[in-house]
Design a protein around this ligand. Structure first.
Ligand code: MSP
Length: 509
């Protein structure tokens, strides 16, 4: 019996529009969610937006609207991108949600009651951009690094959460659970960061400076630090039919928010509340745009995913990001690379294979997948009858390597195209003595495409459905075990071919 599976992504700041990096992370999580569903797991998949904090307050002020109205408008853009990309989340998280606010305040109250939170006057430096206090230790070559933006000197009393008492326990957890942080080199970075004693975490912001946040339950003159608020989403939304599902199996984040947010604050918050930690924290790399860093502060480098989805379709973008990025490493986006993947892997290889198989079955067998007998099998058929691809696919997904999973699937696509060349059904069709052999070839091609519709459903859900519709197969999702070679299509009537990935020259620019 398959069990349940919970996964989350980082929740995106709504202070600017979604870009390729955001789209990638959500597609990645969606890939794992759909994969788990194909194993019949009951999936809870959380993703959404992070709506509080100074940056959102400032952006709303600049636009001259109330922060809530600003959030409503921006959150809708993220939600609409998710929809267009087929991100099949169970809930769209928003941190302005009333239930979430209740849980944040409960957590703060519990930690306060346990004596984990204390009040203290603090004199020091504050990074406006990062919304956090910084110390001399954070300077690089005597200068504040650029990521901090403007750094100001402040003196104000605030509430602090003690982290240091949990450092040894966190180190022990990392030692006992080497699979906690994936990939391993990120785990090593975290171990390095945990070598030094941990500073207390300032979890409050005075309302005089910031009003757009969740008021502290024990002091209404303060709102909650945005990271403390945001991290709680993983728990506050983790209910299915009102029942808590904890801990998550998989939490997906980018490399910039492992240390300290998800690698230090988050596990320590959970430990302080006696809650189990997530099983895996999967840390992906960053997309660059033709070599340039994609960042909100550099408008020219931003890649807006929307025009790509509109022009090439959602699966083209999904395929590109999943196939191109080695999970954990950085990867580069460029129109050229994107178009190459589209034209070659999708159009020429997968699209053509589907199209020619459908049209040959239409032409030579009146749209019926032929029956065949074992006497006319040939060694060439073995490459399409092998179930190795299913094993390779599963292994790659289990190892968090979607690019390898897709590589394995495209090897089958490639083999099927070669099979067409080698067996030459168009020649067989001309020779009545070869009719039985042609039955075998056409049936094997049809079966391969049926299997492909199962193997691509997590990565290319729209295409998988289109193929199933053209083959007049019941709509998915389908159990992954159905990717094994079989004979279910015998005498099955198929539909008309419809081009899956139109060539670029036929598309409007
Ligand atoms: N709001 C916080 C996360 C809170 S989670 C409790 C945040 N938001 S963000 O909008 O800046 O980033 C959201 C996610 O997008 C992060 O996981 C981040 O790593 C990821 N990416 C942002 N830019 C990226 C790229 N250029 N490439 C890939 N992912 C990137 O941090």
């Amino acid at each position: 019996m398959a069990g349940s599976y919970s996964l989350t992504t980082a929740i995106d700041y709504v202070n600017s529009s979604p870009h390729l990096g955001h789209a990638y992370e959500k597609v990645l999580a969606d890939f794992f969610a759909r994969h788990q569903r194909s194993l019949e797991a009951n999936v809870l998949f959380l993703t959404g937006v992070d709506e509080h904090g100074q940056k959102v307050q400032q952006s709303a002020q600049r636009e001259g609207i109330e922060p809530q109205a600003f959030c409503d408008e921006m959150s809708a853009r993220f939600a609409s991108l998710h929809k267009s990309l087929g991100v099949s989340s169970s809930k769209f998280v928003r941190t302005t949600n009333a239930g979430h606010k209740v849980v944040v305040r409960e957590w703060l109250q519990k930690l306060h009651d346990k004596g984990e939170i204390f009040f203290q006057e603090h004199e020091g430096f504050y990074s406006v951009r990062q919304e956090q206090f910084v110390t001399e230790k954070d300077k690089v070559d005597g200068q504040w690094p650029e990521i901090f933006g403007e750094v100001i000197e402040t003196k104000e009393p605030n509430y602090y959460f003690r982290l240091e008492p949990y450092r040894a326990r966190l180190l022990q957890h990392l030692a006992d659970h080497p699979e906690f942080i994936v990939p391993g080199f990120r785990r090593n970075e975290l171990l390095g960061a945990l070598e030094k004693p941990l500073d207390d975490l300032c979890i409050s912001r005075p309302k005089s400076r910031l009003t757009w946040g969740i008021p502290l339950p024990f002091d209404e003159n303060y709102v909650t630090y945005v990271w403390f608020d945001a991290l709680v989403n993983y728990y506050s939304f983790a209910t299915v039919d009102g029942v808590l599902r904890w801990p998550p199996d998989l939490q997906i984040i980018g490399k910039d928010i492992l240390i300290p947010a998800h690698g230090v604050y988050w596990p320590i918050m959970l430990m302080a509340l006696d809650l189990p930690l997530p099983k895996h924290l999967l840390v992906h790399g960053f997309w660059t745009n033709s070599g340039a860093k994609i960042s909100k502060s550099n408008a020219k480098s931003l890649v807006d995913p929307v025009p790509y989805v509109e022009k090439f379709g959602p699966d083209a973008l999904r395929f590109f990001v999943l196939r191109e990025m080695v999970l954990g490493q950085d990867a580069d986006f460029s129109d050229e690379r994107f178009e190459t993947r589209y034209q070659s892997d999708l159009g020429k290889k997968l699209g053509n294979l589907v199209q020619r198989t459908l049209s040959m079955i239409g032409r030579y067998r009146e749209g019926r997948v032929p029956l065949y007998d074992g006497f006319h099998l040939a060694p060439a058929d073995d490459v399409l009858r092998s179930d190795d691809v299913v094993e390779d696919y599963r292994r790659a997904v289990d190892q968090f390597a979607p690019h390898l999973a897709l590589q394995a699937v495209w090897e089958l696509v490639q083999r099927a195209n070669q099979y067409v060349e080698e067996t030459a059904p168009f020649k067989l069709a001309k020779d009545p003595a070869q009719a039985k052999r042609l039955d075998v070839v056409l049936a094997h091609l049809a079966e391969t495409i049926r299997r492909l519709s199962v193997l691509i459903q997590a990565a290319l859900p729209f295409t998988a459905e289109k193929i199933r519709a053209q083959f007049q197969l019941p709509a998915g999702p389908v159990n992954l075990s159905e990717a094994k070679f079989g004979n279910s299509l015998r005498d099955h009537v198929i539909g008309q071919p419809v081009i899956l990935f139109p060539p670029l020259d036929e598309k409007t620019p």
